[in-house]
Design a protein around this ligand. Structure first.
Ligand SMILES: *[C@@H]1O[C@H](CO)[C@@H](O)[C@H](O)[C@H]1NC(C)=O
Ligand SMILES: *[C@@H]1O[C@H](CO)[C@@H](O)[C@H](O)[C@H]1NC(C)=O
Length: 313
């Protein structure tokens, strides 16, 4: 039997979409990518910052970026040929970065004193956002003369790789599909942010990549503010079964309010955890496993039976 344990990452994932419906060509996509990267950067920074002035500065920046993207560009684009449009979008991307720089220059001294990193981010990250060379890796299989290697792995001299955990906050992608052929995924859910978000992102990823994934009833999303301590998403044929275990839940929090407070108190967006907090989280996680021992054993047994049937069939 094949099974895996998934561990959470320390970043919450938020996916932001902006649309320029009439012009969704690659130039527009590129522009939106720059915008989304900037908004995500603002978002992550906001999560690390407590001072109200700094938060309001970040809100201002977000508004500036939003206004720039939302202003109606149809008229400008209409008159252009594809090359002209591409040029416009490139210019607008640079304008977005320029706006961040201008914003950072207007900050009063001391606003981000304890978070000088943000300046570093602006200086170092902005140029990277435009070039987008993160994760670019030389492909050692480029033109490798072996027919057993699929052409998609030999045709390009460079790959663009993304950390599956950063993408979805939990490394589901590595464990989906025929190659791994996983029967059971036990997924303790300790992410900050919306409950079930990692799961629905993984499901969307599976759909887009045509990988088997168990059915997720959207009804459970209504429980996101006070989830159960265990959910089982049964795999039927090729799909793995997923046992999903929210760290805070109906068993250890008496109501939505307590759940919200616990999620905030133990959010991963803080450094460092005190020893007491570490102990508390470990004990809570242990108790969750114990409380669901019967479900876990049952699903492990079921997965073994399914595997045996597959091997015999
Ligand atoms: C943008 O402006 C064009 C004309 O310039 C108009 O036809 C279009 O409806 C506008 N779009 C939005 C979303 O306002
Ligand atoms: C599950 O845990 C409970 C409480 O610790 C225990 O009584 C029970 O025997 C356990 N069940 C299995 C199948 O191990």
């Amino acid at each position: 039997m094949f099974f895996c344990f998934l561990f959470f990452y320390t970043f919450a994932v938020s996916v932001l979409f902006v649309s320029v419906p009439e012009y969704t060509d690659s130039a527009a996509e590129e522009y939106l990518r720059v915008y989304n990267a900037l908004v995500k950067l603002v978002d992550l920074t906001r999560n690390l910052i407590k001072q109200p002035t700094a938060v309001s500065d970040l809100d201002k920046l977000e508004k500036i970026l939003q206004d720039m993207v939302n202003c109606n560009k149809s008229e400008l684009l209409e008159s252009k040929d594809p090359d002209g449009r591409k040029g416009l979008f490139q210019q607008w991307s640079l304008d977005l970065l320029g706006a961040v720089e201008t914003w950072s220059e207007t900050l009063e001294d001391g606003t981000f004193t304890t978070h000088g990193q943000f300046f570093l981010l602006v200086k170092r990250v902005l140029p990277l956002i435009i070039n987008w060379e993160w994760g670019t890796t030389s492909n050692f299989l480029y033109q490798y003369p072996d027919p057993s290697v699929p052409p998609c792995l030999t045709s390009k001299d460079r790959f663009h790789l993304i950390d599956a955990g950063i993408m979805i906050n939990v490394a589901y992608p590595s464990f989906l599909g025929d190659k791994r052929d996983i029967d059971l995924i036990i997924a303790p859910e300790y992410s900050a942010g919306n409950m079930f978000e990692t799961l629905t992102l993984a499901r969307d990823y599976a759909v887009s990549m045509k990988k088997p994934f168990p059915e997720i009833d959207n009804k459970i999303l209504e429980e996101r503010d006070w989830p159960k301590n265990c959910y089982v998403f049964e795999g039927k044929a090729k799909e793995p079964t997923i046992v999903y275990l929210p760290l805070f839940n109906r068993q250890n929090c008496k109501d939505e309010e307590e759940f919200k407070a616990k999620m905030e108190e133990y959010s991963t967006f803080q450094r460092p955890f005190s020893q007491e907090k570490i102990d508390f989280v470990l004990e809570t996680a242990k108790a969750n496993m114990k409380n669901n021992n019967e479900t876990l054993l049952r699903e492990i047994n079921r997965a073994i039976h399914r595997r045996q049937n597959k091997l015999q069939g």
